[in-house]
Design a protein around this ligand. Structure first.
Ligand SMILES: [Cu+2]
Length: 120
């Protein structure tokens, strides 16, 4: 009876854990947050995902206020679920980060994070 219940419980746990272990990457947190206003010219960009990502196979571009898109070189992070970069000397205006990442399950996901630089 006791061991039977434990067996069922571990089976249920396995079912719950499996989709997480093989999930493609979903953005769970970003800095700046989407639609945030930043009061500085040098902006730390952080994209944090729900699963491990292949940093060498990720592409991040930044669309500047004039509409020009520039590639962002992501730095190594100590967290395997995180992409980091610093964008320096940004003039005031609206920016969009376009990210595309490859998760360990081989699936590619993409998305946008918008933010505004406003320095007096
Ligand atoms: Cu997937």
């Amino acid at each position: 009876m006791t061991s039977g219940r434990t067996g069922i419980a571990s089976f249920v746990l396995l079912l719950l854990a499996a989709p997480l272990a093989f999930a493609h990457a979903i953005l769970v947190r970003s800095s700046p947050a989407d639609e945030a206003v930043v009061h500085g010219r040098n902006v730390n960009l952080t994209l944090d995902y729900n699963s491990r990502i292949e940093v060498s196979r990720c592409t991040v571009t930044l669309t500047r206020p004039g509409g020009q898109s520039v590639p962002i070189r992501m730095e190594d992070s100590t967290k395997p679920t995180e992409l980091k970069a610093v964008a320096r000397g940004l003039p005031n205006g609206k920016y969009t980060i376009h990210w595309q990442v490859l998760a360990s399950d081989g699936h590619i996901t993409r998305g946008d994070v918008a933010f505004t630089v406003a320095v007096n």
